[in-house]
Design a protein around this ligand. Structure first.
Ligand code: SF4
Ligand code: SF4
Ligand code: FES
Length: 527
């Protein structure tokens, strides 16, 4: 492996890597060694067009662009010399010649590389007196993205993204010189399933998402590390939070899961957290036949009474349980212990299956189907077959995925049951037949871990606190277990302790818990 020295840091580098890649591999890029860059992106092909990343290499007379200069053994590189500084100032001055400098009304302000680099490496005074180039401020590129032509610095990241990642190639550069602009090809629009990533990688405020623009200034946002729960890939995201509300998901880099991308559907799935359809209080079916709000203790008492009566009269064989593939490993571990203590054997996990692609999107539309299986929940099919055959009198359902057309296909098969007890984050058709409904927290509102389709266990943590009553499923089940007087249930739910005990249920979790997975996650044993 070649050894190079960058500003005194000695790096052993994989052959064939460029200077920027070597710094990125070592975790030093912009975090120890500052080499500003616009056109280079770690997950896109090299362009070498912005010239901002110039560095001095001993023995080479001219400055070199770090993004396209392969490292060679013994190379000594300097990134902070007088020549480098002057070159950076020149590039910044050129980029700003025509820039509108409309930062006060630009959505990128606060997370804009042109602002940041101009502040650190630019010149304070403009030398031009000529009017700036006037271009279109609002070009609708498709259903998700708005383009401001004046702000574009022609780094072509967006063009390369569309060509190389979704491979749809809608964008190109038209015209020449300072008439160059980004456009969609005639007759097309930017509408691929990953289109909104172009707003993340655009280093300036030229590309903004219709969903987020003008919602809030980014400096008011706290970026909380979390996961998208839209499918079994478990893409890593930052949740942008302010005023106890999630305003957006943006991708969080994890090369083992999603590189630096997320799909548009997953990106917009943050809306489920604050949706009006959230279940906001426990409900119990009253004598009138209607579901009525109730206190949690009353609702748990009703659920426990129904289950106890049935189990004592007919045995646990008449009770069936459906686990949710949206619940955390910790919630599911408590559920499994609860079912074992009650003697219920008919249990499975409901998983909705839909479209997938070759990039990130997985067919299973829940974040923890693999975790549920690892913790011993089989498929829902046999449980549902038994239910349809009339062998079940009570159903305990986490979530409402069981109603999907590929599973139960509606509430009709549940209509005659003695008791239907539901734990859920959102209202659903299940309420037509439910006797007790218990409101649960979303993954963005609780501590826990989720296991993605590749067997990687990853962490979620509370980014927001619900402004209504909702509890983690694990806590609801623990309290239900206590209300039933089950052995080992005292009504408390210590998520960290449950997490540490996952391996006692499934050895694949050996050495894995809430604390040890870190922000990048860890693979299940054997995964
Ligand atoms: S729109 Fe943004 S990403 Fe695309 S070329 Fe212009 S500055 Fe670069
Ligand atoms: S691929 Fe799946 S996990 Fe990733 S962002 Fe899309 S829906 Fe979310
Ligand atoms: S980042 Fe190297 S030339 Fe643009």
């Amino acid at each position: 492996m070649p050894t190079v020295t960058v500003d005194g840091h000695e790096l052993r580098v994989e052959g064939g890597r460029t200077i920027l890649q070597a710094l990125d591999d070592a975790g030093l890029l912009m975090d120890g060694v500052d080499v500003p860059h616009y056109c280079w992106h770690p997950k896109l092909p090299i362009d070498g067009s912005c010239r901002l990343c110039q560095v001095e290499v001993e023995g080479i007379p001219k400055l070199q662009i770090a993004c396209n200069t392969p490292v060679q053994d013994g190379m000594v590189i300097h990134t902070r010399t007088e020549r480098v500084q002057r070159a950076r100032e020149g590039v910044m001055e050129l980029l700003l010649v025509n820039h509108p400098l409309d930062c006060p009304i630009c959505d990128q302000a606060g997370e804009c590389k042109l602002q940041d680099y101009a502040f650190e490496w630019g010149v304070a005074q403009a030398r031009t007196r000529e009017p700036r180039r006037a271009l279109k401020k609002h070009v609708d590129l498709g259903p998700t993205i708005v383009f401001d032509q004046e702000r574009c610095i022609l780094c072509r990241r967006c063009v390369r993204f569309c060509r190389e990642i979704p491979k749809t190639g809608e964008l190109g550069v038209v015209n020449r010189g300072d008439h160059s602009v980004i456009e969609t090809f005639p007759g097309t629009e930017l509408d691929n399933p990953y289109s909104m990533n172009v707003a993340d990688i655009c280093p300036v405020g030229a590309l903004t998402t219709k969903d987020f623009r003008f919602k809030i200034r980014v400096w008011f946002l706290e970026e909380v590390a979390g996961l998208c729960t839209g499918c079994a890939n478990g893409c890593n995201v930052y949740l942008g939070v302010a005023n106890n509300k999630v305003y957006r998901y943006v991708p969080r880099r994890n090369d083992a899961v999603n590189d630096t991308w997320i799909c548009d559907a997953g990106r917009l799935s943050y809306k489920a957290i604050g949706a009006r359809s959230r279940l906001a209080e426990p409900l119990v079916r009253a004598a009138s036949g209607a579901l009525r709000p109730a206190g949690l203790d009353a609702a748990l008492g009703e659920a426990a009474g129904r289950l106890r009566r049935l189990v004592d009269a007919k045995g646990p064989g008449v009770v069936a349980a459906i686990a949710s593939a949206h619940a955390t490993n910790e919630d599911l571990a408590v559920f499994r212990r609860f079912l074992a203590a009650l003697g219920v054997e008919a249990a499975g996990v409901a998983v909705v299956v839909g479209e997938s692609d070759d990039l990130l999107v997985r067919a299973e539309k829940a974040a923890n189907a693999a975790g549920a299986r690892a913790l011993g929940f089989g498929e829902a099919g046999p449980v549902l077959a038994r239910l349809r055959a009339g062998g079940v009198e009570a159903l305990l359902s986490m979530g409402h995925d069981v109603l999907h057309e590929t599973l139960l296909g509606g509430v009709e098969p549940l209509a005659g049951l003695d008791s239907v007890i539901v734990l859920d984050t959102h209202h659903s058709e299940l309420e037509r037949v439910a006797h007790v409904v218990l409101p649960a927290r979303h993954a963005a509102e609780k501590h826990g871990t989720l296991t993605n389709a590749a067997g990687r266990v990853q962490r979620v943590r509370p980014a927001v606190e619900p402004h209504f009553e909702a509890w983690p499923e694990g806590e609801l089940i623990a309290r239900l277990g206590a209300a039933l007087g089950l052995a080992g249930f005292d009504g408390t739910f210590d998520v960290a302790a449950v997490s540490r005990g996952l391996a006692s249920l499934a050895p694949a979790f050996q050495g894995i818990d809430l604390e040890s997975v870190g922000d990048a996650g860890r693979p299940l044993g054997g995964a």
